[in-house]
Design a protein around this ligand. Sequence first.
Ligand code: GLN
Length: 204
Amino acid sequence: MASSPTIGVFALQGDVREHVHALEGLGLSALKVRRPEELAACDALILPGGESSTMHKLARAFELFDPLVDAIRGGLPTLGTCAGMILLADRLEDGIVGQETLGGLDVTVRRNAFGRQVESFEGWLDFAGFDEPVHGAFIRAPWVEQVGAGVEVLATVPHVSAPAGAAGRIVAVRQDHVMATSFHPEVGHDDRIHRYFVDRIVKS
Ligand code: GLN
């Protein structure tokens, strides 16, 4: 791969701009992906936060759904954040009727898992391999209910700031070339998760 990979950002819906900004801050070229030809030009992909059921419908409407499935299954390094985590789950709980996922992660993800009364919360999380905790912003976020044998757990909800029932829940995972977080590393100024993805998955 060229020394500076092109990172695609799924751009039919969601917080695309924030991811593009984070990538450009790392000196990387980001490409907004709305069409299969754009996907084909990428060395890696980010699925942003947003609304996973809308992303699903738009990906179908723009004929991007099957190319995405094939690319991820075929080894394209992929990071999903929040709604992006939902899209990457092989199994989904509490999706809307007919909601499909792209898959790629051998996990069961529960959509809007923190409950209706908890629209959002923030907390400091230990993240595998980082010396300092990560500030996680959770916005109508999913969590991971169950992981398959090949999935590495990178972060769980801290006990200190957790809403009822959420402490210890899995909120960041990695399986080979696919990684996902329930929270939004694209919000704020901490670029460590984007760097983790680029350095340890995209360039490795
Ligand atoms: N609740 C949203 C969904 O179902 C995800 C929220 C987010 O990405 N901030 O897709």
